[in-house]
Design a protein around this ligand. Sequence first.
Ligand SMILES: [Cu+2]
Length: 460
Amino acid sequence: MLKRVALAIWVLGALGGWVWTGAVTAAEAPKAYVGLFKDDAVAVIDTVQNKVLTTIPVPKGPHGLVMTPDGRKVYVSSDGAATVSVIDTASDRVVTSIDVGTNPHGLAISGDGSRVLVSGWGSNQAQVINTATDRVIGTVPVAQPHNGTLSRDGRIGWVASQKQGATALVRLDLTSWKEVARVPLDKTPRGLELSPDGRRIFFTLAGVDAIQVLDTASNQIVAQIPVGASPHYAPFTPDGRWALAVVQGPGELGILNTANNTLAGTVAVGKTPHWSASSSDGRTAFVTDEGSNDVSVVDLANRTVTATIAVGNAPRKIAVQPVSGTAATTPATERTNTARSEKGKSLTIAGVSYANHGTKDVRNLSKLELEADDYYFSPTFLRGRPGQKLTLLVESEASTLHNISISSLGIDKDIPPKGKVQFEVTFPASGVLAFTCKFHGPLGMNGQLLTGESAPIGAR
Ligand SMILES: [Cu+2]
């Protein structure tokens, strides 16, 4: 409607002998869509003014989020439900809901916009939605697929299968609807993306501080690019020259040179960055900071953060509308640095951070339920007697794979999403014993067993 009014003004102006200069209005600024995992909503950002325009309620736990290349539709999967919601970006409303089976995780869209790949973690299948009809047109069985990526035409898909004991990248033929290749992995795959030319996949593994480069002709890992602790996802810029790695531990965006597989530079962003997206002109990156509840806007030429936008709770996936018209040459420069919300809960002891969810006296207990979540243990510190035996039931409500390791006791157990593990620990004769999630230790997911009156101290 606004465009039609603008056109009418332009026509009248041209007839009247003056030329309308076509200044960008707020309504024409590309919008970014951000899934707020803990708010059950999608925030809509105006990328010129760098502010939230509105939030759109969606079913519980928005997990995957992609946009059609024309910027008209956004698909959002809800991990806590069994649906993919379709948002019309003209009205910013959910216009369709597609049933996809329980606990859908990541979404991917083909470069031509024709197909959306759903990683059906709970339904153990990859599904494909035709974006013309918004119906599921095919499925392939895959155990616990977490995230995926599609070729430009949507006929080849890759998914990260997180089935413990059988973790792998799995190649799918989406015309014959079959698994056609499998790259077994000894660690759990997280985020992955095909290069624009389809020749490589950049992906991450839980507990490995390097971006993995897979050659899709040989199905071999041909390079590993060291970055900081806990990289999550490294998507390509539209021209394929760079990949933009979110690195959760240090809270930075790693800019990877894809010509020689090196880390070209880093930019400090917010806490626990989760995902990144490029503007269609490749000048700007938008990074969701799950731990600081904001989005960092990064100027890729200057490698600086130009804005930090508070968006709501636990921002995860993000997609941005294409830049068009004069907006393409008007990079956002407005600075709206918002104060980060520090919870004041993080404790650092001897260089190890602890997301502190309290101390529990367990001296009179034989069993304790310990909660594992994104990204902490609760309680964080357990106070016991020298030599006390305690059964720990570690339960997770999260949709992320976690782990609990106590190296000196030889304990190393993965905790499946929404799952639990149980084992016995023995408190040391004195001092403290550290435990950690081996995937998320750098994010503060650590704790300690304290003997007697010991205070938390540095521990290995
Ligand atoms: Cu963890």
